[in-house]
Design a protein around this ligand. Structure first.
Ligand code: GLC
Length: 799
């Protein structure tokens, strides 16, 4: 251990004594003897920013991660100077900064320590590149756990791991392989009852160590740039995750069809093949909303071109697919083929939009089209140009979504799999090398794509999907987890990755269902579909080199199982849309790992398989072959087995049966689950009736259904419908109170209530305090009834 006053120890440099202090509105500056400055900004009462300069000056303040709309403002801020430390108080926190060495401790207002610097900020000069390797180390307490960090394919709880962020094209990655495609330098720390979060907003290669190197220390560092991190106080995990998501932004609502089922393969071509696939979906009545064209639709993999031999008239094809209820989504990669007869290449060259090496030549690298140059998406003019390129594809041809791939950026046949580090980038007017821009390259590409698709799809909503991402990318795009493999282990990985992405502000994510590389057995495919329909993004994709991966590729039984689960997803669309709406409004993740759901229960801290889908549905995939069920942890509370309506008590492990046509699925007691009729695609039918599955509970529970025009922006002008239901169950009575909000008129007039677990026989029904005859409410034998959609209070009274 170093002594506090040493300036240098084992090659690291440390801040020395604080000499002076200054306050400027929401910013506090602490200056040390050796020219270190700590700038502490109070963003909100429970959100702080810590930033350190080592030579008395900060870099220009710029971040791609932060959302313009992020909430700011605090109720309280004062600073007190004591003998040994400065004490900063906000409405929620007390921050103590030691004069001797600038180390920080954060307490809640009751004086409980939440998090403290161990060595705190220190750095090492970077002799190769200049600047510093900036470091931070924090003390860790007994039983502290760690979550977050984007797409890491490792145990959900990161304790004991060391991980790195450097976007990498990892074809057929394995469990624990790191880094992968995305860089989300955000984690949640959970100590007993208190959660906090750290977002290290540094786009250089970043590193995190959660008690791997030293038992009681968590540390993070970057190869360059500034020590610049945000600290979020919970005490709930939920508060931390939603605060992070507020800071880095939320998306807009996607079009509802984007939440349907998507079918993809590398590649469907020519047109007749595309039509064969789309036709088969309709023939076999497997619902599907989107079909994807992978790289072979292009002319020699040139972006924004079509291979006219395979697709003689794309506009007509896209229109015909549309008439059949399919949206067309196409892939666009960043590499632009070096070809003087190719207009995109020529334009970019003329405008000087390609990335260059430090000494001037263009950055050249091989990708699918062969030798390519790469637009510098960190330049605003380049993004604007790129957005404009979508005019024909979206505006004229009618493509509805764009899939951005290879944007880590990936380069083939080089050991680093990416650009050389000396490549220059504009970084929105802060010129830098690839060391700094690498991790945001994919995000800026997706951002430019989003701008373009949004512009030309207007008044409809855009749909974008990306492989690479940095914090904040969720404002522009959905994502998938990259090139996984058709193995049981990868089913486990997919489950973890999507939960982790949800904890990292990027809920709209899914895996390649069935596995991208290699070929799943029918059983694995069925089990993957059963999980995939409970992921925010739901798409089958495969590399196509080992055979087909459509719902009908594995025989009748698997087809039937696949159809059953995709149908279930379509029935649950209003439920899924409502969880999306909560995500865009409040940053609430669409899936919640059990630790998010119930952090007070220590049993949840190391669970990986079970998760809460939305607010009320508990899901746990079957991850092994030949299973008839599995053991799983059911969180505290009471739950209905979805398949049997049997009620189980949580807080312990249970054996749950789930033969090949089932997945363990539980509904929270008291929940009201909204459902639509099965459709083959969104908008196929006018919705004539909303079903509400009501799961009786003795006590109270609230549920909601959000609906709107399913596309377009009217919802932003108040044209949405939000129904909030309050359920109160008593021994002999069930009361449902409805509150309605918003100016949108739903197409249905009736609501069908399906009552589950009612402990009494219905003898009387009252609507808004008036008794109604049974015939009027059409009480069916199966405890369902059809009622007028706009009731305010419904009493169901037992004998
Ligand atoms: C990459 C993508 C994959 C795509 C393939 C061809 O491997 O991750 O999804 O199918 O490239 O474009």
């Amino acid at each position: 251990m170093i002594t506090n006053t040493e300036l240098e120890y084992k090659g690291n440099l440390y801040p020395t004594r604080i000499l002076s202090f200054k306050k400027e509105v929401d910013k506090l500056f602490f200056f040390t003897e050796n020219d270190v400055i700590l700038e502490l900004t109070v963003i909100r009462d429970r959100v702080l920013r810590f930033r350190y300069a080592t030579e008395g000056v900060f870099e220009p303040d710029f971040s791609y991660a932060l959302a313009k709309e992020a909430s700011r403002g605090y109720n309280h801020l004062d600073v007190e100077e004591a003998d040994e430390e400065y004490i900063v108080k906000t409405g929620k926190l007390e921050i103590r900064i030691l004069k001797e060495n600038l180390r920080v401790r954060v307490f809640d207002l009751e004086g409980n320590l939440i998090n403290e610097d161990e060595l705190g900020f220190h750095w090492e000069e970077n002799y190769e590149y200049g600047g510093n390797i900036v470091k931070m180390s924090k003390g860790v307490r007994e039983a502290e756990s760690f979550y977050g960090l984007g797409d890491k394919a490792t145990h959900l709880n990161l304790k004991g791991k060391r991980l790195h962020n450097w976007g990498t094209d990892q074809y057929a990655f394995g469990k624990d392989q790191d880094p992968l495609y995305k860089s989300v330098p955000f984690y949640v720390g959970l100590n007993h009852k208190t959660a906090y979060g750290v977002f290290f907003d540094n786009t250089f290669k970043t590193h995190f160590d959660f008690c791997q190197e030293r038992r009681n220390v968590a540390s993070f560092w970057a190869d360059g740039g500034e020590m610049n991190y945000y600290f979020f106080y919970g005490p709930s995990v939920a508060e931390v995750v939603t605060s992070y998501t507020d800071l880095t932004g939320k998306p807009e609502l996607p079009p509802l069809w984007a939440l349907g089922f998507h079918q993809c393969k590398w590649s469907y071509y020519p047109e007749s093949k595309v039509k064969e696939i789309s036709g088969k979906f309709r023939e076999l009545q497997v619902p599907c909303d989107a079909i994807y064209l992978d790289i072979d639709y292009m002319e020699g993999f040139r972006c924004f071109t079509w291979n006219k031999e395979y697709f003689s008239d794309p506009k007509r094809m896209v229109k015909e697919l549309k008439e059949d209820g399919f949206k067309t989504v196409v892939i666009i990669d960043p590499g632009i083929k070096v070809d003087k007869d190719y207009w995109v290449y020529q334009e970019a060259k003329d405008k000087d939009y390609f990335c260059k090496r430090a000494d001037g030549p263009y950055m050249r690298g091989k990708v699918w089209p062969g030798e390519c140059n790469f637009p510098d998406f960190t330049h605003p003019d380049v993004r604007e140009w790129w957005a404009g390129l979508y005019k024909e594809l979206i505006g004229d041809i009618g493509v509805k979504g764009v899939w951005n791939d290879m944007n880590e950026p990936a380069v083939m046949e080089v050991p680093t799999k990416t650009f050389p580090l000396d490549v220059r980038h504009d970084y929105d007017g802060h010129p830098c090398s690839h060391r700094k821009a690498h991790n945001v390259y994919g995000m800026q590409m997706a951002r430019a794509t989003y701008e373009g698709v949004k512009r030309f799809a207007y008044p409809k909503r855009p749909f974008i999907i990306t492989r690479s991402a940095y914090s904040g990318a969720q404002r522009y795009t959905s994502s998938w987890t990259g090139d996984n493999v058709a193995t049981w282990e990868h089913l486990w990985i997919a489950n973890i990755q999507v939960q982790r992405m949800c904890m990292s502000g990027m809920s709209f994510t899914g895996s390649d269902i069935g596995g991208f590389a290699e070929q799943p057995t029918g059983e694995l495919f069925a089990r993957w579909i059963q999980l995939g329909v409970f992921h925010p993004f739901c798409r089958v994709h495969s590399s196509g080199d080992h055979g087909d991966q459509e719902p009908w590729s594995f025989g009748e039984e698997v087809l039937n199982i696949t159809r059953k689960f995709i149908e279930m997803r379509y029935q649950l669309l209003p439920y899924i849309y409502t969880m999306f709406w909560r995500y865009i409004n409040d940053g609430i993740p669409m899936l919640k790992p059990l630790v998010y759901y119930d952090q007070e229960d220590n049993q949840t801290h190391y669970r990986t398989d079970e998760f809460i889908f939305g607010e009320k549905i508990l899901v746990c995939p079957i991850l092994e072959p030949n299973a008839k069920g599995r053991r799983m942890y059911i969180p505290r509370g009471e739950w209905y087995n979805y398949w049997t309506d049997e009620v189980v008590s949580g807080g312990k492990e249970h054996w749950v049966s789930a033969d090949i046509d089932k997945i363990p699925l539980f509904i929270k007691k008291g929940a009201i689950i909204p459902k639509y009729p099965i459709q083959q695609y969104v908008g196929e039918k006018e919705i004539k009736e909303l079903s509400l599955d009501v799961y009786y509970k003795k006590g109270k529970e609230q549920s909601a259904v959000y609906e709107d025009g399913q596309d377009g922006y009217d919802y932003k002008k108040g044209r949405y419908s939000l129904r909030t239901f309050k359920l109160t169950g008593r021994k002999n009575e069930l009361i449902l109170q409805q509150h309605k909000e918003g100016k949108y008129t739903t197409s249905y007039e009736k609501i069908k209530l399906c009552l589950h677990g009612l402990p009494f026989k219905v003898s009387k029904i009252e609507f808004d305090n008036e008794e109604v005859a049974f015939e009027k409410v059409k009480l069916n034998g199966d405890n369902s009834m059809i009622i007028d959609k706009d009731f305010t209070e419904l009493h169901i009274i037992g004998e």
